[in-house]
Design a protein. Structure first.
Length: 187
């Protein structure tokens, strides 16, 4: 059963990766860089500051930092535990796929997908009532994580599992944040 799932995952990866074109490689290389998203982060910071004020924003940013640290470290434990080769390093397929970027670390599960989905879920749960179109923030992890498939760095299952893990951690951090808010900023 697991072999069949991994085979389907590989086939889906090959299909999605093959949709790429040299013409668009530069765009996807830009998308995959965390620093490219700084304008989005600055807009979010502005909205959060405007909504919460300085003290509560710093409190929220502390939770985001802890969430990212925790998500990233757990992701590394999974990667080193499963030791699934990235598509770009898989000798069975790396000669037939588009390898736009290469990494030597392991693939399962995607840290990019986990981190972005954790933060997005966390922020969405906090601000969904404050901003009508805040759900659009979910485009960030979708585009960011797809770049990893496009570049030849992750299988779709790596992305999906990263999303699930990130969603779970984002939700749990939201619950902790709510408790901390009640304790530190009673209304």
């Amino acid at each position: 059963m697991l072999g069949k799932i991994l085979s389907l995952d590989e086939k889906l990866f090959i299909y999605l990766n093959s949709l790429g074109s040299e013409k668009y490689d530069g765009i996807w290389l830009l998308i995959t860089k965390q620093t490219s998203w700084i304008p989005l982060f600055l807009v979010l910071l502005y909205l959060i500051l405007k909504e919460l004020g300085t003290k509560k924003t710093l409190h929220l940013l502390l939770f985001v930092a802890i969430l990212l640290l925790f998500t990233d470290q757990i992701t590394n434990l999974f990667k080193n535990g499963f030791q699934r080769l990235r598509p770009c390093n898989n000798p069975e397929i790396n000669s037939i796929i588009r390898v736009v970027q290469s990494r030597t670390s392991f693939s399962f599960f995607s840290g990019h997908a986990a981190n972005t989905m954790a933060v997005t879920t966390f922020l969405y749960l906090i601000f969904k009532k404050n901003f009508k179109y805040f759900w659009l923030l979910f485009l960030w992890p979708l585009i960011f994580a797809y770049s990893r498939i496009y570049l030849g760095l992750h299988y779709p299952l790596d992305i999906i599992c990263g999303y699930l893990f990130g969603t779970l951690l984002g939700f749990l951090m939201f619950k902790l944040y709510q408790k901390a808010q009640k304790r530190n900023f009673p209304t």
